[in-house]
Ligand binder design. Sequence first.
Ligand code: GLN
Length: 202
Amino acid sequence: MAGNTSRVGLLALQGAFDAHGRLLRTLGAETTEVRLPAQLDDIDALVLPGGESTTLLKLIDAFAFEEPLRAFVQSGRPVLATCMGVILLAENVTNPPQRSFGLLPVDVERNSYGRQVESFEARSSFAGETFDLVFIRAPRITRTGPGVETLLEHGGDPVLVRHGNILAATFHPELGECTAIHRLFLEMAKQSGRLSRARTGA
Ligand code: GLN
């Protein structure tokens, strides 16, 4: 965790972690694939990518990742959760109901954007950038709890929210030409790195 370069872990058990890594590296971050719980100790920030949440939960159990992941999120280090990642952290999950970590005060409905067209793109803009929002069998945030800030909406639904150290997108920001969300995430990582260096005197 030397200097000012953030070392970002990509949870690499399942799903679309690769494109996050490519984008973060073009923005100057160092990335590392996290496949074992102990690797969480060596990173400043974590990406929980899109993928298939039921499969992910099985792998989390198989590799005893639940407690270490909870501890990481609760440590205050920044987490970027996209799509499946949002489902994992949510308070309540429906369609079908599924266990989740309850660390992000939102409710989500899985695969909520229609049957025939399960994946689609929609033009949007955030932080001065205009880009396509890419939704892939995406969950819909149906409730945001206290302290959850909606940063971007689409069709009346929150699609990008922030709650403390968690930045959560129901779409795939790593698959469009948008860099603003990953830049915000790296800014959060830098700030949290500075704070922890100040605390430890490192
Ligand atoms: N449909 C997936 C699920 O329920 C999420 C899709 C995604 O992450 N792109 O787990």
